[in-house]
Design a protein around this ligand. Structure first.
Ligand SMILES: NC(=O)c1ccc[n+]([C@@H]2O[C@H](COP(=O)([O-])OP(=O)(O)OC[C@H]3O[C@@H](n4cnc5c(N)ncnc54)[C@H](O)[C@@H]3O)[C@@H](O)[C@H]2O)c1
Length: 355
């Protein structure tokens, strides 16, 4: 009898507690169950970099509490527009306990990485060291501090030579360079981390991020710059004599390679939708992110001439090893499952924001 009363009391207390949480959730309009008096934060690694800083802005605008960590090897302190900033390297022994210990981190968006394909071929150990060691250290702390949701910046370089155009998430992954290999290796590690510790993830495999924040306050500033649109705009500004087009004898309408460009703010929004889906209890997922439309290198230069009004010169250079003729992703899966809609899918608009 005493046993039954005790059981009933426990059940009653549990129901009261649950109802309190449900009310709190309804009041906040979020699927979170937040603890009273604590601010739950999102850790953005690489948040002073190009895509990370744009994503941090979208998170801040959505009233999220943002913690940014960046070693500033490529990022810029000036691109951090809010939140709490830690300048440190993810591989640093002291890093995790200070950041995880001082904050209530509930979710992580992981951008920090080295990401130059050519450099990765010349110096693969740099890529294995940063992209894998950093992520493994981060994952160890994610597990230790009970974080259950992670959005990971992956890349279409995980696919290698495309099997189909547009590339689907179900296509085979055979990277053709160490950069893609390290990104894929992290994806594989995360699958087992989910199985063992229940840490749910979304991998976003994206194409060429492009453009700048509509406010004009932040944009793309890689040094050295290897991305086509900023290179074309440097030529428009007279910082380069011309734009080199690597090969004009591909099997494409104008002979130059075709690539997929996605506006950085559309990318940033996709990270937020991915987090939202994890909050709503979705399982781990992989999504491609592209704009679905391919543009040839020559088209990019032509449209940039129209946008800038400058007669940007182009010169034809030999093909680069390992450059496929066409790389375009299908984003149908994220469009239908997360209702992601790119707002800036017109290349002239993308280039204009960058300009
Ligand atoms: N830019 C693209 O077109 C593109 C395409 C596909 C995938 N990605 C992926 O998106 C992510 C962000 O790319 P991005 O273009 O914004 O690059 P970025 O270099 O501008 O940003 C990366 C940031 O991470 C920081 N960082 C690197 N290693 C670190 C470490 N060990 N500790 C702390 N901070 C570190 C850098 O200082 C930089 O600010 C990368 O993971 C990249 O692989 C980018």
């Amino acid at each position: 009898m005493v046993h039954l009363v005790a059981k009933g009391t426990v059940l009653w207390l549990y129901m009261v507690w649950s109802w309190g949480n449900i009310k709190r959730v309804l009041k906040q309009g979020t699927v979170f169950i937040r603890q009273e008096g604590k601010t739950m934060s999102i850790l953005v690694t690489g948040g002073a970099g190009y895509i990370g800083s744009h994503t941090a802005i979208e998170l801040l605008e959505a009233n999220e509490d943002v913690i940014i960590v960046d070693n500033l090897q490529n990022g810029h302190k000036g691109a951090v527009k809010g939140g709490k900033f830690y300048q440190c390297d993810l591989r640093d022994e002291a890093f995790p306990d200070s950041i995880f210990g001082e904050n209530e981190i509930e979710e992580v968006i992981h951008f920090a990485a080295d990401s130059l394909v050519g450099e990765s071929v010349q110096d693969p150990l740099k890529y294995y060291n940063n992209n894998m060691v950093s992520t493994l250290r981060l994952l160890g702390k994610i597990k230790e501090y009970g974080v259950k949701r992670l959005v990971y910046s992956s890349t279409t370089a995980t696919y290698g030579e495309p099997e189909n155009i547009p590339i689907l998430e179900t296509d085979g992954t055979v990277p053709t360079n160490p950069y893609g290999e390290t990104k894929l290796a992290v994806e594989k590690a995360l699958k087992w981390v989910d199985v063992a510790y229940g840490i749910k993830y979304v991998f976003l495999r994206y194409f060429n991020a492009a453009g700048a924040h509509i406010s004009g306050e932040i944009g793309e500033d890689h040094r050295p710059e290897t991305h086509l649109i900023p290179i074309v705009l440097e030529a428009a500004l007279g910082k380069r004599n011309s734009v080199e087009i690597y090969g004009d004898d591909y099997e494409t309408p104008d002979g130059s390679c075709i690539r997929d460009y996605i506006h950085v703010t559309d990318l940033a929004v996709a990270h937020i939708l991915a987090l939202k889906s994890l909050r709503e209890g979705s399982g781990s997922k992989i999504y491609n992110l592209g704009n679905g439309k391919g543009f040839s290198v020559k088209e990019v230069v032509r449209i940039a001439r129209e946008v800038t009004g400058v007669n940007i010169k182009e010169t034809i250079a030999p093909r680069r090893a390992g450059d496929p003729a066409v790389l375009v992703a299908s984003s149908e899966k994220i469009r239908s499952e997360l209702k992601w809609e790119p707002k800036y899918d017109d290349l002239a608009v993308i280039i204009d924001t960058a300009w």
